[in-house]
Design a protein around this ligand. Structure first.
Ligand code: BGC
Length: 394
């Protein structure tokens, strides 16, 4: 549909937000497995995260800036490696820090949407059995109890795991994330343990009165000639295991960047002549509409929050075009009665893009790598004004 995203009647209370994750923005996250991985000569990481964008110290200014731009929600993550630096040793100071972050959000009428696990772990997790050990479910549950106990009264939505499908696949099948294993049986085991950890965290969050869910990496997988079976297999192993787990949750976080074609032998390269982003993905904002529908359908009707959607580009006009079309898809879903509670652009800031380092520019706000100065791009003002106009019911 050719929606003008500023006029399609998003519901009252719709969350207009942007998203980050602790390791990608905080800086100095040296006790995490990713920090160790960035400094491991055998890893594929382009550069270390270092100070990131120093949000650990600059969160107040960042939250104030997002509010000033017009947003009413902020998705960020709590860093487990800070909260539980050694097994069973909890840091009251780290928990107090995240409480202050939530308070800063409320001072600016920003709804905090908090993720408990966004790819990184304390280093001890891997030496202590890791995600292959079923004991991880209780360890994660205890971390969740402590975190919810410290900040639960200030949180609007609680996300347990960010993209557990990427975490399990990259870490245990593709060897691209720590602990860099390559074994399909191990990935299955890890998926099962995450599902159990997620279930326990859902219970804990709900006891505190919070809506709880997980966020999932979803692509619009499209069939190329002969690819039906292969596509079904990808969906089964990569997405369905978690869509199934999300059936009884309060929401499912949809995170979509593009589409991929699947042929008889597997995924195909981006079609010749297609526009590609700095990540090498096809520029295809329509993917979001397809994944929202699929998430809603395959969970049997769970509410949806678009917890990530965005584009890495140096051309900010393409960012505006991408989001405009993606929002058209969201509004089409809303018009059909699919409950979508919010849209979070990834990312608020240019930040540390995992193995790719600082090269890809996803941010609505640029950051000077020396001075840490924040420089909002035109897309930030544009999306913020849509947020503001819709919040006011214009
Ligand atoms: C992740 C983010 C990441 C983004 C862009 C998602 O896979 O949750 O941490 O930076 O996509 O690649």
């Amino acid at each position: 549909m050719s929606a003008d995203a500023g006029r399609v009647g998003f519901p009252e209370g719709f969350l207009w937000g942007t998203a980050t994750a602790a390791h990608q923005v905080e800086g100095g996250n040296w006790n995490s497995d990713w920090w160790a991985w960035e400094h491991d000569p055998s890893s594929n990481v382009a550069e270390p995260s270092g100070d990131a964008i120093d949000q650990y110290h600059r969160y107040r200014e960042d939250i104030a800036l997002l509010a000033e731009l017009g947003f009413n929600a902020y998705r960020f993550s709590v860093e487990w490696a800070r909260v539980e630096p050694e097994p069973g040793e909890y840091s009251a100071a780290a928990l107090e820090h995240y409480r202050r972050v939530c308070q800063a959000c409320h001072e600016h009428s920003i709804a905090p949407v908090v993720t408990l696990h966004h790819f990184t772990n304390p280093r001890w997790v891997h030496t202590d059995g890791g995600f292959e050990d079923p004991a991880i479910a209780e360890r994660f549950a205890e971390y969740t109890r402590r975190t919810v106990g410290a900040i639960g009264d200030l949180v609007d939505y609680l996300c347990t795991f960010n993209e557990p499908n990427v975490f399990a696949t990259a870490g245990y099948l593709a060897g691209a994330f720590p602990p860099a294993k390559r074994d399909a049986t191990t990935r299955r085991l890890v998926n099962a343990n995450i599902v159990e950890a997620h279930r326990r965290a859902v219970e804990i969050g709900r006891q505190a009165g919070l809506p709880v869910g997980l966020t999932l990496a979803m692509q619009d997988w499209q069939v190329a000639e002969g690819g039906e079976e292969r596509r079904a297999r990808i969906l089964r192993n990569y997405e369905d295991v978690y869509l199934e787990a999300a059936r009884d949750d309060d929401f499912i976080g949809v995170q979509t960047y593009s589409r991929e074609f699947v042929g008889a032998e597997g995924t195909l390269p981006v079609p010749e002549g297609a526009e590609v982003t700095q990540m090498g993905y096809e520029f295809y904002p329509e993917a979001l509409e397809a994944t929202i529908r699929r998430a809603h359908q395959e969970t049997g009707g769970t509410r949806v929050v678009v917890t990530e959607n965005g584009i890495a580009t140096d051309d900010d006009t393409r960012r505006v075009e991408y989001v405009r079309r993606a929002l058209g898809g969201v509004s089409a879903c809303l018009a059909e009665g699919i409950p979508v509670d919010g849209y979070f652009y990834w990312s608020s800031f240019d930040n540390f893009e995992w193995a790719e380092g600082y090269r890809p520019k996803f941010g609505l706000i640029g950051v000077d790598r020396e001075s840490f100065e924040r420089r909002p791009k035109p897309s930030a003002a544009w999306l913020g004004s849509i947020a503001r106009a819709n919040a006011l019911g214009d």
